[in-house]
Ligand binder design. Structure first.
Ligand SMILES: NC(=O)c1ccc[n+]([C@@H]2O[C@H](COP(=O)([O-])OP(=O)(O)OC[C@H]3O[C@@H](n4cnc5c(N)ncnc54)[C@H](OP(=O)(O)O)[C@@H]3O)[C@@H](O)[C@H]2O)c1
Length: 330
C-alpha cells in the first residue's frame, strides 16, 4: 500500500538550530549503522524509517560502509526513498560519510581527495540521490594534510553533491583547524559528529567549547552507549541484542558489573521522572544546548517511539543532575 506520511508529523518534534547555520535539525535523529544492511530484514528497516518520519524525525544518518555488507545500508535507504519517501525529499536531511575502510587498495579509506570524492559519488548512486544534505569526513587522517581533506569537502559542496560539510570524531584542536580552513574556503563547517553519552564524556573536555565558540552544531552518536544505557542488559545479555552478536562493536565484555550497577541506580532516577532508562540517557545528553541532536540507533519501531517520548520531559532539576553526576563519577 502506498505510504502517506502522518499529517501531524511536525506537531511534537523539537527542531534545534545547528550551530549558527540556517539549518534546523530534529532533537532526535535516526542512524542506519546497524539493522539496515543487506543481512537485515528490509521490512523492519522500512517500518522504522517510516515511523521515524511520521514522528517528525527528518534527519537520517548514513555512511558509505554501513551494512553489512558495506554500502548496503545506503542501498536499503535508497530503496525506502524510492518506494515511500520520494515525494518528501525536500523534508529530509540525508547524510553520508567517508573515512573508514570501504574498498580495497590505497584509495578506499582515510581522507584523501581521491577517496572522499569517489566515495561521495558512490553513495549518491547507491541511494539514488542527486545530492546528500551533509557530507562528512568520517575521521581525521593523520597522514593526509587536513587542507586536502577540507578542500575535498569544499569541492563536494561546490559541485552540488552535498549542501553542507561536516566532520566526525575530530579532536578539539583538529576541529578548530578544520573549521578555520573550511571558513577560509567559503564552505563553513556545519556540524561535528562526535560520540557522547553518560558513559563517554570526552566531548566535555574542550570539543563542545570549540564548537560553541565557532557556531558549529553537534549531532552526537551512540547516546545510549550502543544500548547499555537502557534497561536491556539489567538481567544479562538478551538473545538478539547488539551485545549478543559476535561481530558487534558492543562486546559482552563491555557489559561490566560496574556499569550495570550504575545503570540500575540511574534507572531509579529515570523511574522517579516517569521515564525509561533510555529516555533519561537521551534527555541528559540533550541538556547541553550545544548538542543539536542525538543520533539514535534502533532495531525496532518501539525504540524510536521511546526516544521521541522524551520530548515532554527534557528538563532536569539541579538535584537530579547532582544525583546523576554522583552516580557517573563513582
Ligand atoms: N560518526 C561515527 O563515527 C559514528 C559511529 C557510530 C555510530 N554513528 C551513528 O550514530 C548512530 C547511532 O549509533 P548507535 O546505534 O551506537 O546508537 P545508540 O542509540 O547508542 O544504540 C542503539 C542501540 O541501542 C538499543 N536501543 C535503542 N533504543 C532502545 C530502547 N528504547 N530500549 C532498549 N534498547 C534500545 C538498540 O540495540 P539492540 O540491537 O540491542 O536492540 C539500538 O540498536 C548510528 O546508526 C550511526 O548513524 C556514527
Amino acid at each position: 500500500m502506498k505510504y502517506t506520511a502522518n499529517i501531524d508529523r511536525y506537531k511534537k518534534m523539537k527542531y534545534n538550530r545547528c550551530g549558527n547555520s540556517g539549518l534546523l535539525l530534529p532533537a532526535i535523529s535516526l542512524g542506519l549503522w546497524h539493522n539496515f544492511g543487506g543481512i537485515d530484514v528490509y521490512e523492519n528497516g522500512r517500518n522504522m524509517v517510516r515511523r521515524a518520519f511520521d514522528l517528525g524525525i527528518t534527519h537520517f544518518d548514513l555512511a558509505n560502509n554501513y551494512g553489512p555488507p558495506y554500502g548496503s545500508a545506503e542501498e536499503t535507504f535508497g530503496r525506502i526513498l524510492r518506494s515511500d519517501l520520494q515525494s518528501y525529499r525536500d523534508e529530509l536531511i540525508i547524510t553520508s560519510k567517508a573515512g573508514y575502510d570501504m574498498w580495497p587498495g590505497p584509495y578506499g579509506e582515510w581522507g584523501s581527495r581521491k577517496y572522499l570524492i569517489a566515495s561521495c559519488n558512490q553513495s549518491l548512486k547507491r541511494m539514488g540521490l542527486d545530492y546528500v544534505d551533509i557530507f562528512y569526513s568520517h575521521r581525521p587522517d593523520p597522514n593526509t594534510p587536513i587542507e586536502e581533506t577540507m578542500m575535498a569537502l569544499d569541492q563536494i559542496v561546490r559541485s552540488g553533491k552535498a549542501l553542507y560539510a561536516g566532520i566526525s570524531s575530530y579532536e578539539p584542536e583538529q576541529s578548530q583547524k578544520a573549521i578555520d580552513i573550511l571558513k577560509e574556503l567559503g564552505t563553513p563547517c556545519l556540524v561535528h559528529q562526535p560520540s557522547y553519552s553518560m558513559f563517554n564524556r570526552w566531548v566535555e573536555d574542550g570539543l563542545l567549547d570549540v564548537l560553541g565558540k565557532n557556531g558549529v552544531g553537534s549531532v552526537v552518536f551512540s547516546p545510549l552507549f550502543q544500548g547499555l544505557l537502557t534497561n536491556k542488559y539489567l538481567n544479562g545479555i538478551p538473545e538478539g541484542s547488539r551485545a549478543s552478536k559476535a561481530d558487534s562493536y558492543l562486546q559482552s565484555s563491555d557489559i561490566t558489573p560496574e556499569k550495570i550497577a550504575k545503570v540500575k541506580r540511574l534507572n531509579e532516577i529515570a523511574e522517579s521522572r516517569g521515564q525509561k532508562m533510555a529516555q533519561l540517557a537521551l534527555s541528559w545528553v540533550l541538556r547541553d544546548k550545544r548538542v543539536t541532536s542525538v543520533i539514535i540507533g534502533a532495531s525496532k519501531v518501539s525504540q524510536i517511539e521511546d526516544a521521541v517520548g522524551i520530548l515532554d520531559n527534557m528538563e532536569f532539576t539541579p538535584e537530579e543532575l547532582k544525583m546523576i553526576e554522583e552516580i557517573l563519577q563513582v
